[in-house]
Design a protein around this ligand. Structure first.
Ligand code: NA7
Length: 554
């Protein structure tokens, strides 16, 4: 246990507990970060708002929650023993299994003893006099740390829009991203789901199978491809386990860090028949590799149109009522620029007699009432409302913590016009603060597990470098940060992503600055740039030893 900390996370006595590093969050990134820092012999405490490890997979317990990246790849690679011993039961693991995996990793590496659960970090203040972060939690503890690492996740601040009348609803309400731990029983109930993003698309078929009637309130229809999920075929697992090192290495050479077959040609260079055959084969195989059918689907609108047209034709074939099919068909943004959904029978669910699609573009939501929801055309009586309305993604959680850096400048102020980072890992004016999969890094566009491992390894190397040289503070220079922020914007502008109103660009939150949040230059190029910075001795950073800091204060 770090010196001065008691088991409940409270500081002992009046003096603040001191550690080398505070990690905020015990999802996959916080867990691996803790493991690596123990390897450096550092004292570390992790604060976690949830009652156990798992992060995203701890909170998102809604029915049907499942990863949209294959389980064999959505797992840690840093320990061969771990990846060989763990057995996934399905091609795409469901949330409970992923959470069990997180728990297994915590047990296996004995992580829990350094994690203070049910403790939310509320404020971080950089104390320039001593070059340390003062970390405050909602349990009243204050901890002093040389370094602070934000492992706070990209989708961890659930958001319910300000629907008029929301507080009047007398029935039960849920948010997919903050689902109760006890089983929710919808049988015999009239349920409304608001939203049709990835979470809703997974939950809707499950809720429809249980509820008396399900009303789906859709603002924007979404593209979705079938997952073709199935129990893990033994030969598939064997193939992966025999070739893990090679496949993990090859995944890192792919833009989104997923091991898949990229058809390295333009959709426009193929004939109509070739295109159709390629899309059909991928539709039958299922999952996100659909977007790797050609190499320019996210860059070239003409190419993208061919993939979008294919999926539209599938929706029309799957949904019996042509009017409902039309409402479910996305028309006004390129496929893949809102996250492509991966489903288990989503479109088919609208063929059920107990499911009604309500198009909020045709008949806008006017108010939530005490017993339902009223649109401009009708009142829908509901027993329960499920808000599948998404998250304040990538920046919401960081900005939800009161973070004050050098010269009393707050992060909220520094990011008022959108996040500025160097490599999505560090922020000018906020010394010794690191963000794992922060804005400006590939994060959500990539296989998160690959990105997490890459970030954690980079931070670990950086901290080892600092220690070897007696450096006590590090922060990126403003020119380095400006250049990176411009590069992130440029990489985003080369893609079709800016054409959609999505959480990738902050467009889902009224008033949020509209910038492309993740780095869209691809994982391989990103990694190359991070490696070059490390190999160059972190020349883009200002570093100070404790002597220099003391001299500067004189
Ligand atoms: P998303 O993808 O942000 O989806 C949220 C949904 O909620 C989406 O359909 C929104 O419609 C809808 N929404 C949001 N605000 C409103 C209002 N005010 N009125 C009506 N409908 C609204 O969140 P998810 O949880 O599904 O997925 C997040 C990520 O988790 C996903 O991308 C995967 O990476 C995993 P809109 O499209 O904004 O019109």
């Amino acid at each position: 246990m770090p010196n001065g900390m008691n088991a409940q996370g409270g500081a002992c006595g009046a003096a603040a507990a001191e550690v080398d590093v505070v990690i905020v969050g015990a999802g996959f990134s916080g867990m691996y970060m803790l493991h690596r820092l123990r390897g450096l012999g550092m004292s570390v405490v992790v604060f976690e708002a949830g009652a156990d490890v798992g992060g995203t997979w701890y909170w998102n317990r809604y029915p049907g929650a499942r990863c949209d990246i294959e389980s064999m790849q959505y797992s840690f690679s840093f320990s061969d023993a771990l990846q060989q011993e763990w057995r996934w039961s399905e091609l795409y693991a469901a949330q409970p299994e992923i959470l069990r995996y997180a728990g297994h990793v915590a047990d296996r590496l004995d992580l829990r003893r350094d994690i203070r659960f049910s403790t939310r970090v509320t404020a971080l203040r950089f104390d320039e006099a001593v070059g340390r972060w003062q970390v405050r939690t909602d349990r009243g503890a204050t901890v002093s740390a040389r370094f602070c690492i934000m492992a706070t996740g990209c989708l961890s601040t659930a958001r319910v829009p300000d629907f008029p009348g929301r507080e009047r609803f007398a029935g039960e309400t849920y948010h997919t991203g903050a689902w109760p731990h006890a089983r929710v029983d919808f049988s015999g109930k009239r349920v409304g789901v608001i939203g049709t993003g990835s979470s809703a698309i997974q939950a809707i078929p499950e809720i429809a199978g249980e509820a008396a009637h399900l009303f789906v309130f859709q603002r924007t229809p979404n593209f979705s491809v079938p997952s073709r999920n199935q129990p893990m075929p033994p030969e598939h697992e064997r193939g992966w386990k025999a070739n893990y090192a090679e496949r993990r290495r090859r995944a890192q050479q792919v833009r989104n860090a997923i091991f898949l077959h990229l058809n390295d040609k333009s959709a426009l260079a193929a004939t109509e028949e070739e295109r159709h055959a390629e899309y059909e084969a991928r539709w039958q195989a299922g999952g996100l590799p659909f977007m790797a059918a050609f190499n320019d689907l996210i860059f070239n609108k003409g190419s993208n149109d061919t993939a979008a047209a294919f999926v539209r034709s599938k929706i029309r074939a799957l949904v019996r009522d042509p009017a409902v099919a039309e409402r479910l068909t996305p028309k006004d943004y390129p496929i893949g620029t809102k996250r492509l959904c991966v489903d288990n029978g989503y479109f088919e669910t609208f063929n059920r007699p107990n499911v009604t699609l309500v198009d909020l573009r045709e008949t806008p939501l006017e108010t939530i009432t005490s017993d339902g929801l009223r649109t401009s055309a009708a009142h829908y009586r509901l027993d329960s409302i499920v808000f599948a309305t998404g998250f304040d993604a990538m920046t919401g959680t960081l900005l939800g913590i009161d973070i004050t850096g050098r010269d009393g400048r707050t992060l909220r102020d520094a990011w008022a016009d959108g996040p500025c980072t160097f490599l999505g890992l560090t922020i000018a004016g906020f010394p010794n603060l690191f963000t794992i999969t922060g804005p400006g890094s590939p994060s959500v566009i990539s296989n998160m597990m690959v990105s997490i491992e890459q970030h954690v390894d980079w931070i670990t190397d950086c901290l080892a470098h600092l220690r070897a040289r007696g450096v006590t503070t590090i922060e990126p220079t403003s020119p380095a940060q400006d250049a990176w922020t411009a590069h992130v914007a440029e990489a985003g502008a080369k893609t079709l992503y800016p054409l959609a109103n999505s959480w990738y660009t902050g467009a889902n939150i009224p008033g949020k600055p509209r910038v492309v949040l993740p780095y869209l230059g691809g994982f391989p190029l990103y990694r190359q740039q991070c490696d070059a910075v490390a190999a160059g001795g972190y020349a883009e950073f200002r570093m100070q030893t404790s002597h220099e800091a003391a001299a500067a204060r004189l």
